[in-house]
Design a protein around this ligand. Structure first.
Ligand code: ZN
Length: 136
């Protein structure tokens, strides 16, 4: 589901183009990771006949698969965040905090190009289980 291929990238400023590139790169990396996690999750689920003899081993395999699947889900969310950030970039809305409309610091975007919140709102949300009570 490439969101960007049919878009005219010439609307992007030089700075935005840089963010666009790092978002595309992040998406590629995460997608690759997802494929790897999926492969590991599938492999650990497919036990060879007679290979599983102890319940303890079986439990370990399940645990491992759960973790892989969990990572897969988290990566899926990151892909969504990245897709979303690319859309916002093309709409000229990129780099604004979703909560307070302030600009997200450049340093933060360079580390996490799909960041939704500024540093302040992010720490508010971290203290409040992902919500921002100052919004109402
Ligand atoms: Zn904010």
């Amino acid at each position: 589901m490439p969101v960007s291929c049919d878009k005219d990238l010439s609307v992007l400023s030089k700075k935005d183009k840089k963010y666009f590139d790092s978002l595309m790169m992040a998406r590629e990396i995460v997608t690759k990771q997802m494929n790897q996690h999926a492969a590991v999750a599938l492999n650990s689920g497919a036990t060879k006949h007679g290979a599983v003899t102890h319940m303890a081993d079986y439990g370990g395999e399940n645990f491992r698969r759960d973790i892989e699947l969990q990572m897969l889900t988290e990566d899926g969310n990151v892909v969504e965040l990245i897709e979303d950030a690319i859309k916002r970039l093309l709409d000229g809305e990129y780099g604004k905090c979703v909560d307070c409309d302030d600009s997200i610091p450049k340093g933060r975007l360079e580390v996490k190009p799909y960041a939704l919140y500024c540093t302040k709102c992010k720490s508010i949300r971290e203290k409040n289980n992902g919500t921002n009570p100052t919004l109402d």
